[in-house]
Design a protein around this ligand. Structure first.
Ligand SMILES: Cc1ncc(COP(=O)(O)O)c(C=O)c1O
Length: 444
């Protein structure tokens, strides 16, 4: 049989005429690799059966009628419900091996549809929301804790991958979780690092994480949306040490640097990658024969096409203020945050949630009955209600707008974060005095 196939292949490889046999071999192997690994053998058998039939029938041109005749014959050999899968296999083989697309053969398609009685397309099963909630709630922690963590953090993996994921695939390095999703039939092994610090304004140990990413060949993306602007301050930029090792990085100048909304930068190390991922090369927009440098055509690098040029706002501000202007802005804000933290620490009616690393000062106002307590968290449920009530009144008065939130089981606390370097220590005093005044009036 292999002899027959070789002969057919020799006759049929018109596109390889004039090329060396070495190229034909490489192309054959490459096209084989396009077929699904798991069922490659089945694909080969189906395809070879067709080619043998062609050889017997002395078929030279592979027209739609030839395919129709073949499937008509196959209808006598196989169950109607298998016709559709045989058609799919043939479609994949002809496309990858012969560069023939039978998708548009309308009569053939109608024939297959009409005759494939009882065929049900297999749908891949995925967890729905209810399954996930049930799993998180009911599966025993002793066995499934790490899988739960993976599910909560939204690691993208298939059901069978999640089922195969074991505690051994999750490595804890300090406060970092590395999750290795094992190789599956359809996807290559891939790893994720899980870290997350937003509310407290903490900085991750970037170099430590970058080492881990390098070791496990993991893409390092840094969310420096809030912290990235710090690069302008000689005094504080060391917090960003290692940021240059990121594969991709987001910085929002509309946050710390107070550029008018919105202005968000995505920086990538590999200058080709955005183009390779997103380019659609629409010829009516991105002509290859323009008279100017085509690298200015940024539209072909993005999911969107035409958008406002937000980065100009940042560029104009930079021109106007200079790097030293941004540095002053940041240093003033950091000093202000330091003063805020000091005040919280010195006033008995306030308590810091955790030591400040950045501009985020997280603190509780303590009603009188809590001030003498050594562990205020024993009264968590009461404390939880304090910040929302004080905030509601401040908003009603139109005096101060200050955010609050709970965090990892901690009761609601206020979070002072300012990007307005015109604020002064007097403003900080006013805010804290005001909270105390309202709190002391509500909570006797
Ligand atoms: C650390 C961090 N990342 C990302 C975001 C989202 O930013 P945006 O939606 O403005 O791009 C925020 C918003 O506060 C943030 O603090």
């Amino acid at each position: 049989m292999s002899n027959i196939i070789e002969k057919i292949d020799d006759r049929d490889e018109k596109e390889f005429v004039g090329t060396s046999s070495e190229f034909s071999e490489i192309a054959n192997t490459a096209s084989l690799n396009l077929l699904p690994t798991k069922s490659r053998k089945q694909y080969e058998i189906t395809y070879n059966r067709f080619r043998e039939w062609c050889f017997d029938k002395k078929v030279v041109n592979f027209t739609e009628n030839v395919r129709l005749a073949y499937f008509y014959k196959r209808l006598h050999d196989i169950k109607p419900s298998s016709l559709w899968s045989e058609y799919s296999i043939m479609k994949a083989c002809l496309s990858s091996k012969d560069n023939i697309n039978i998708k548009n053969y309308k009569t053939l398609m109608a024939f297959i549809k009409q005759n494939s009685v009882g065929f049900r397309a297999k749908k891949s099963k995925v967890f729905n929301r209810e399954h996930i909630y049930k799993f998180l709630k009911e599966a025993p922690d002793s066995q499934y804790l790490m899988k739960k963590v993976a599910a909560i953090f939204g690691i993208t993996c298939r059901r069978d991958e999640l089922q195969k994921l074991s505690v051994d695939d999750i490595e804890e390095v300090g406060s970092i979780l590395i999750v290795k999703v094992p190789r599956s039939e359809t996807d290559n092994e891939r790893s994720f690092v899980i870290r997350g610090t937003t509310v407290r304004g903490a900085f991750d140990p970037i170099n430590e994480i970058a080492d881990i990413c390098k070791k496990h060949n993991i893409w390092l993306h840094i969310d420096a949306a809030w912290g990235g602007g710090l690069i302008f301050s000689q005094k504080h930029r060391a917090k960003l040490n290692g940021i240059e090792r990121a594969n991709s990085l987001v910085v929002n100048p509309h946050k710390l640097l107070a550029v008018p909304q919105q202005c968000s930068l995505l920086l990538v190390q590999n200058t080709e990658i955005l183009y390779n991922c997103f380019s659609r090369g629409a010829e009516y927009l991105f002509q290859k024969d323009k008279h100017y440098d085509r690298s200015y055509d940024l539209g072909d690098k993005y999911l969107q096409c035409g958008r406002k040029c937000d980065v100009f706002k940042f560029w104009f501000m930079w021109k106007a203020k200079g790097s030293s202007g941004f540095a002053n802005h940041i240093d003033t804000l950091m000093d202000l945050a330091e003063y805020f933290e000091e005040q919280v620490n010195t006033r008995p009616e306030f308590q810091l949630v955790s030591k400040r690393q950045y501009m985020n000062v997280c603190f509780w106002y303590l009603p009188r009955y809590l001030r003498a307590k050594t562990n205020i968290l024993e009264n968590s449920s009461q404390l939880h209600k304090v910040a929302p009530q004080i905030r509601a009144l401040m908003i009603q008065y139109g005096s101060v707008m200050l955010g609050y939130q709970p965090l990892k089981g901690l009761p609601n606390f206020f979070r002072f974060v300012s990007q307005n370097s015109a604020l002064t220590k007097k403003d900080v005093d006013f805010i804290l005095d005001h909270i105390k005044e309202i709190g002391d009036a509500i909570f006797k």
